[in-house]
Design a protein around this ligand. Structure first.
Ligand SMILES: NC(=O)c1ccc[n+]([C@@H]2O[C@H](COP(=O)([O-])OP(=O)(O)OC[C@H]3O[C@@H](n4cnc5c(N)ncnc54)[C@H](OP(=O)(O)O)[C@@H]3O)[C@@H](O)[C@H]2O)c1
Length: 643
């Protein structure tokens, strides 16, 4: 739970002014015309504080002003300064010193402009000079609103009471607690791994999955040709995951829609669940980095609030068996912090804002979760995965194509296209030109990414079911061995043969990307131009310097997970191999075929490990390729007999 101190906003670098505590009420505020503000406004969670008056600016916050892109690339001087800073960090390796230098230069330029203003007696001169010199000046800061007026001691007392209640409820169930869990998001990437691990978990007796129906569309016309009920989806899901017989009996699939009250679960079902449920694991969300604020708000804030309301209702139902709620969040609720440590239990409005509405709305949901816990007494644990990638040993990801998979698959497909073109003289020169422009990606070589394999994340979620001490905590399900962008580029080249060139992100946004688009359009490759534009805009932010460092420890200390976290370099290597052979860079889309291939892949890797006595990820790309061809018929994607 965030303390009052930790919640105070990180004041912008150019200001030393102390901001006051924002009003801690969660009442709706009013605009200057006296109209109540839009219900879903970020203003319910965030206060904009004037640095001049030290008071809250009572105007609805436009969600866009909370994102990184609204605050940068304002003029050529600033663009140049950012570019130079990035170069300096690469040369010196000292991010803090370079940031400090930037701050000093900004202050110097600011006082120079002020002197000019005084000397001429014209405020306009000062203003114009500041603009010309790219002086960054903000007259306000953002702060998260406090979830309660209580003191730290009172909050601690409440959390201890909630933990004690959960401990007693768990203890009363005896050594075999026969847990009854309601899960949202079972059809998603993490959800599928939850089902796989839950199938073999002795503590879990039943898992009820709330699913919405699925519209199956004709791939060409996009017309709806069939609608699968939640029960049909569930049966299909279990089959694809290889969960059958007695293991399958553990699972039940019911109607659900997280955007509706009570998660859209029918009343008759709710009546049963109210008495039997021990946990709700809320995992469903919209994990889309380019969605609108409204869509992200509905899925991530409203969805989370509906889950919290339902958990509260079940906790307080007559004859309730409820132990606690588990909210799946993201460690990126800390936003862009420019290398300052993102502590597990402290949530402050990020100095460098949010990358997208996904991060912002997940942070807003986390604040609602705190409010439910402190004000209403809901027993809830918050689990925060970092960037989730496929299984640590195999790279298997159940057909996921999001997040890190998206750029890797896009580069793989571009390479295929380039290789195809390069069969004749004309094609070869076009291929060379396309490669020259299309293989650039915004990123600083030294930026560090926090990638965590899905099996580790889900081990944390399952463990939290029987750890009442997780209540009142934010727990990062992240890694302590972060991967550098330069390692990502090196491994991608070794495994996929793609020579990605890292380009300075500031330069890329302002010059390379617009030029690249023009060049690709001229080469009659508008689809490639669009795809690369989208990719760079959506994912570019995660490869820049100034990434937050996510503190870890609670996963081991509180949840009891093994202290040795999966080797990220190995896991990323297996992601590349998996996406190349199993997914064909996202071209194998049929979910049944993906499931079949992942099973074969797993068996073949096991055979190779048995034969060599080594972990597949430790085997060099050339040797792995030879071994794979000996064990796997790559065309039919079937294990070779005796291989
Ligand atoms: N993937 C990551 O790298 C990552 C990292 C950190 C945190 N997380 C968090 O982990 C959780 C799961 O992420 P994921 O990667 O598994 O996401 P995902 O693969 O995109 O799956 C999202 C799930 O949410 C469900 N869902 C969305 N809107 C719904 C609605 N209105 N009603 C019912 N279900 C709905 C989807 O159901 P349908 O099948 O019906 O669409 C699907 O099951 C999220 O809370 C996410 O924020 C993920």
């Amino acid at each position: 739970m965030a303390t009052k101190r930790a919640r105070a906003a990180e004041a912008p670098a150019e200001s030393t002014a102390e901001a006051p505590e924002p009003k801690s009420d969660i009442e709706p505020t009013f605009n200057p015309k006296g109209e109540m503000m839009w219900e879903s406004s970020p203003s319910r969670y965030i206060a904009k504080i004037s640095l001049h008056t030290r008071k809250e600016i009572l105007r609805p916050i436009d969600p866009e002003e909370l994102l990184v892109h609204a605050h940068r690339d304002k003029n050529p001087v600033e663009v140049t300064a950012q570019f130079m800073a990035s170069r300096a960090i690469q040369l010196t390796g000292n991010e803090d010193a370079v940031k400090d230098g930037l701050r000093r230069m900004n202050a110097l330029a600011g006082s120079l402009a002020e002197s000019l203003g005084k000397a001429t007696g014209l405020k306009a001169v000062e203003k114009q000079t500041k603009k010309l010199m790219g002086v960054a000046e903000r007259s306000y800061i953002f702060q998260f609103r406090e979830p309660s007026h209580l003191s730290e001691k009172e909050v601690k007392g409440r959390v201890a009471k909630l933990q004690a209640e959960a401990r007693a409820a768990l203890k009363a169930r005896g050594r075999a607690p026969k847990l009854q869990v309601l899960l949202t998001g079972a059809t998603g990437f993490l959800g599928k791994e939850i089902l796989v691990q839950a199938a073999d978990d002795k503590n879990i007796a039943q898992m009820v999955c709330a699913l919405r129906p699925e519209k199956i569309r004709d791939p060409k016309t996009r017309e709806v040709v069939k609608v699968l009920s939640p029960q049909q989806r569930g049966a299909q899901l279990l089959e694809r995951l290889g969960i059958s017989g007695a293991r399958a009996k553990k699972f039940r699939f019911v109607d659900g829609d997280i955007e509706k009250p009570n998660l859209g679960i029918p009343d008759a079902e709710l009546a049963k669940l109210e008495k039997t449920l021990t946990h709700i694991v809320h995992c469903a969300a919209s994990v889309s980095f380019d969605d609108t604020y409204e869509n992200s708000y509905r899925a991530n804030v409203l969805g989370a609030r509906n889950a919290l309301e339902l958990a509260y209702r079940v906790q307080n139902a007559k004859g309730s068996s409820f132990i606690n709620h588990i909210a799946i969040e993201t460690s990126y609720i800390h936003g862009r912090k420019k290398r300052s440590m993102a502590l597990e239990n402290a949530l402050a409005f990020p100095r460098a804002f949010y990358n997208n509405y996904y991060e912002l709305t997940k942070a807003m949901a986390s604040i609602d979760t705190d409010r439910f816990m402190i004000e209403k007494g809901l027993r809830v644990a918050q689990l925060l995965p970092s960037i989730v990638i496929g299984h640590s040993r195999t790279g298997n990801n159940y057909g996921d194509t999001k997040v890190v998979n998206a750029p890797i698959n896009a580069f793989g497909r571009s390479k295929d296209q380039i290789d195809k073109l390069a069969t004749d003289m004309v094609g070869r020169s076009k291929a060379r030109m396309i490669a020259a422009v299309a293989m650039a990606f915004p990123g600083d070589a030294t930026a560090e990414l926090n990638l965590v394999p899905v099996d580790r994340v889900v081990a944390g979620i399952i463990a939290a079911l029987v750890v009442p001490e997780a209540i009142g905590e934010r727990i990062h399900l992240a890694t302590d061995n972060r991967i550098r962008t330069e390692d990502i580029v090196r491994i991608t080249k070794e495994e996929i043969g793609i020579d990605v060139r890292l380009t300075d992100p500031t330069l890329f946004r302002n010059f390379t990307l617009p030029l690249m688009k023009i060049a690709l359009e001229k080469m009659k490759e508008p689809k490639l131009a669009n795809a690369l534009d989208k990719l760079a805009t959506i994912f570019g932010g995660y490869g820049e310097w100034g990434q937050p460092i996510h503190d870890v420890g609670n996963d081991v200390r509180i949840l009891g997970l093994p202290i040795r976290r999966p080797n990220t370099l190995f896991a990323f290597r297996m992601l590349c191999r998996h996406n190349k052979y199993v997914q064909d860079f996202g071209k194998v889309r049929d979910a049944d075929e993906v499931a079949r291939r992942e099973l074969v892949w797993s068996q073949v890797l096991e055979n190779i490990e048995f034969e060599t006595g080594r972990q597949v990820a430790s085997i060099s790309p050339e040797e792995f390729q030879r071994l794979l061809e000996a064990h796997l018929d790559l065309r039919a994607f079937k294990a070779k007999k005796g291989g």
